[in-house]
Design a binder for this molecule. Structure first.
Ligand SMILES: [Zn+2]
Length: 199
């Protein structure tokens, strides 16, 4: 994946740092009804970062539609499995588009363009609650560093800006190094929650 700081993904990514789609949530909202068109949105409170995708439900699959880096539009379907339950009704599952396993949740990490299952993305669960203060501190530093490069830090998917014309190469490399260091710190602190889906 080009453009992102090297080494950022050397550690395992946590489920909590990914965009997640939960089939049970979609079902509760009535989004699995054939023909339903909906938008899924995730955002981080206290910063303006957000991401959203469009989706449409068909009889036994859902089509996801969104833009990734460099305006590349992705459009693909996720198979939907309805397994009859003993007491009537159905239990819903999604099929991971890569390994085809039956899961309740699929995720998109910053290292993957596609929503896949937890195993395919090699995700772990974060065990402890992280301090919000430390998170805010790292975020402020990143805001500052990005603005030095005339850019704006936008959370996990930020791309380090190119060198401003009037800046010395060495200064630029120094700032870049700082940014990568802070982003690595953040990797361990970051906690993102999926917010309400907007129907
Ligand atoms: Zn998979």
């Amino acid at each position: 994946m080009g453009g992102l700081g090297s080494g950022r993904y050397s550690r395992k990514t946590a489920v909590e740092d990914c965009l997640g789609i939960d089939v049970n949530y979609l079902n509760r909202k009535g989004f699995l009804e054939e023909g339903c068109q909906f938008t899924l949105r995730w955002s981080i409170s206290r910063s303006n970062w957000s991401a959203s995708i469009s989706a449409k439900a068909y009889k036994d699959y859902i089509v996801l539609d969104y833009i990734v880096e460099k305006e590349r539009e992705l459009n693909y379907s996720i198979q939907l499995d309805k397994v009859p339950m003993n007491l009537g009704g159905y239990k819903n599952y999604l099929r991971c588009p890569k390994c085809n396993s039956r899961v309740e949740k699929i995720y998109k990490s910053s290292a993957s363009d596609y929503f896949l299952c937890r195993d395919c993305l090699d995700l772990v669960y974060r065990s402890s609650k992280e301090s919000g203060d430390e998170l805010a501190k790292v975020r402020r530093k990143l805001d500052k560093l990005y603005s030095k490069l005339n850019g704006k830090w936008r959370g996990v998917y930020s791309i380090i800006p190119d060198k401003p014309k009037n800046m010395h190469q060495r200064t630029y490399l120094g700032i870049r190094k700082d940014i990568i260091k802070q982003e690595r710190l953040l990797d361990g602190l970051f906690c993102m929650k999926a917010e309400d889906l907007i129907g």
